[in-house]
Design a binder for this molecule. Sequence first.
Ligand code: DAH
Length: 329
Amino acid sequence: MIKINLKNLEIVVEKEIKKTDNLKDLDKIFRKYLGKKGKITLIFNSLKKLPVNERKDLGKQANLIKIEIDRMIKKKSKEFKKEKREAQLKKERIDVTRPGKKIKIGHLHPLTLVQREIGEIFQSMGFSIVVGPEVETEWYNFDALNIPEDHPARDMWDTFWLKEKLLLRTHTSPVQIRYMEKHQPPLRIIVPGRVFRHEATDASHEIQFYQLEGLVVDKNVSAANFRAVIEEFLKRFFKTDIEIRLRPGFFPFTEPSFEIDARREKGDWLEVMGAGMVHPNVFKTVGLNPKSWQGFAFGMGLDRLAMLKYKISDTRLFYSSDLRFLKQF
Ligand code: DAH
């Protein structure tokens, strides 16, 4: 026979509920009284052992208190949930008047920008853009350009040699040969691309850099035409006064050859280009008669032109992946 003062129990439970400050404890109280082995549940389970009249009475009371406990717990639980929600809302409040976060979008590398800009200028002067392989054969990189094996001129290009007479091209000039082998003059091309030199690096030298080769072949082409094209190009590329000077130079694939230096605002001269009139041996190599055809060629350092244009003091910055530098373009 279970003797419980049910009214008293209700007060005890009420106090317990009042003291809880979290859902977990509240759940413990629920299980303590209304769970499978809860006190009230046990009362229900014991009812069948009682005489009918007592059973009815106790059953009714137990049912009432069950409903009451249930109600109190649900109420408290609602309060907890509400508090939690309010705290969360407070924390996550969005100030819709604040300025938004800018989405970061990348952009092209300064050398790519310069390459494209130069390409457009030359295209508007009737040049086509042509590309060639970065891994070259010794023959295209040297022999075909009138630089035979053991010729001291090979020392002008410190070369990364690969296996079996292959190398990383030291200049874009081999594409002149590749193009003339397949196309008949008159022709006007530029060849942008990456080249490699096995050299010590410093502020104006890198082991890899970009060049832009040019080649014009026609019946009547002179060094004066070359000068006019290059001056027009430089004027449009720099959009400001750039001083240039031509010095006599030596390249095995041109005769005569020049070196072109450029500077802005009385700054230091920077060698930006080699050039010259296409050597008769080069024409012979690709099966053109040097008596019928003339041409000029040039090879400019893209990195150096970019340095002049943007007043960059160190070429290594282009390859440093330093966002503080790259973001400025
Ligand atoms: N290929 C030469 C170099 O990398 C540059 C050059 C000089 C290219 C004269 C030419 C040229 O086409 O005519 O040093």
